[in-house]
Design a protein around this ligand. Structure first.
Ligand code: UDP
Ligand code: MG
Length: 333
């Protein structure tokens, strides 16, 4: 059979950070899926995001026993979004699927995604109809956050959606042309457009190990989402400026009237109002400065033009696979 007649290749990208406890099971489940979907070819790209457990060793073993396994070992921990990007950049598939290593996203859902893809959709994103094993706080913060996010930015982001999704090659190419440093992938994929469709699934509890997203990382992630996709915070600063100016005008009118008509002698009584006004103004100015600073900091990050990540080791990739990260690989090691 000629190359042109080969069944389509689907790349499964799995970011892994200290996932030694789940890796084998994850690959077993993914292989099961591949068995069922026998009219497509698969490659599995595991990105080791600077783990300090056995993850890398296990990935090596997998790549020896399974020809479809590729491993990408980043030079340190770069975070979930960058690790995922690295995987997508090195994927050769006609479609690329992003999935977490911890089996919270059930691999079986990929079957439905592939079906949608074959119908002509270019993005099939998983939409959680249920989430097991998450704290109430996490559920509430996630829901509130996405509601506000949609209010703030022009691109509508589907609720209850993570990075678990299938993307057609066309969408992947679009995504690869977005070199920004503060990456909020799910928002970026919404932003590029194309034909997108939701695939409902039940989010399971983590198979083993613990969440690699402590509160601080989550906050950082949330602020990436807001500041990378919206200028609303700047507008908020402008509006609070107007609001304060309005209050000030009222205050000025009041002060003048009192001074001229009612209480010309007892002026020094006004210290409290001055005190309050100064504090209030100071607060508003600091907040506005902080907001501007947030954007300036991000601009600084962008203009430095540093590579997003470095690759320490690359294994299991075959010759027929496009080698996009060749430079990064030779630059390190
Ligand atoms: N992850 C990563 N780098 C990190 C943090 C997480 O590659 O710095 C991976 C992790 O191994 C998992 C996925 O990102 O495959 C999602 O992380 P996790 O399950 O800990 O997040 P949660 O589901 O709790 O939001
Ligand atoms: Mg998880």
């Amino acid at each position: 059979m000629g190359v042109l007649n080969q069944p389509p290749l689907i790349s499964i990208v799995v970011p892994c950070f200290n996932e030694a406890a789940v890796i084998r099971e994850t690959h077993r489940r993914l292989s099961e899926l591949a068995l069922r979907l026998d009219d497509v070819r698969f490659e599995f790209i595991y990105v080791d995001d600077g783990s300090h457990d056995e993850t890398a060793t296990l990935l090596h073993e997998l790549s020896v026993s399974d020809q479809r396994v590729r491993g990408l070992r980043l030079s340190r921990n770069f975070g979930h979004q960058v690790a995922t990007t690295a995987g997508v950049e090195n994927a050769a598939g006609d479609a690329v699927v992003i999935i977490d290593a911890d089996l919270q996203d059930p691999p079986e859902t990929i079957e439905a995604m592939v079906a949608r893809w074959r119908e002509g959709y270019q993005v099939a994103y998983g939409q959680r109809s249920e989430r097991a094993g998450e704290t109430r706080v996490k559920l509430w913060t996630a829901r509130t956050f996405y509601r506000w996010m949609n209010r703030l930015s022009r691109v509508q982001h589907p609720v209850d959606t993570g990075d678990f999704r299938l993307m057609d090659r066309a969408v992947v190419e679009a995504l690869l042309r977005m070199p920004e440093r503060d990456r909020f992938l799910r928002g970026m994929v919404s932003w590029v457009g194309f034909r997108q469709v939701a695939v409902p699934y039940r989010r399971a509890a983590r198979y083993a190990g613990e969440s690699k997203y402590p509160v601080a990382k989550m906050l950082r992630f949330a602020s990436d989402a807001v500041f990378s996709f919206s200028l609303a915070p700047l507008r908020l600063a402008v509006w609070s400026g107007f609001f304060v100016m309005f209050l000030a005008l009222l205050g000025i009118g009041y002060a003048v009237v009192i001074r001229v008509f009612f209480d010309p002698t007892n002026w020094e009584r006004g210290w409290a109002s001055i005190f309050v006004a100064i504090l209030f103004m100071g607060g508003v100015q600091l907040i506005s400065l902080g907001i501007i600073g947030e954007y300036v900091g991000r601009i600084y990050g962008e203009v430095k033009q540093r590579p997003l990540y470095f690759v320490r080791e690359r294994f299991g990739f075959r010759d027929d696979v496009k080698d996009r990260s060749a430079e990064a690989t030779t630059a390190s090691q």
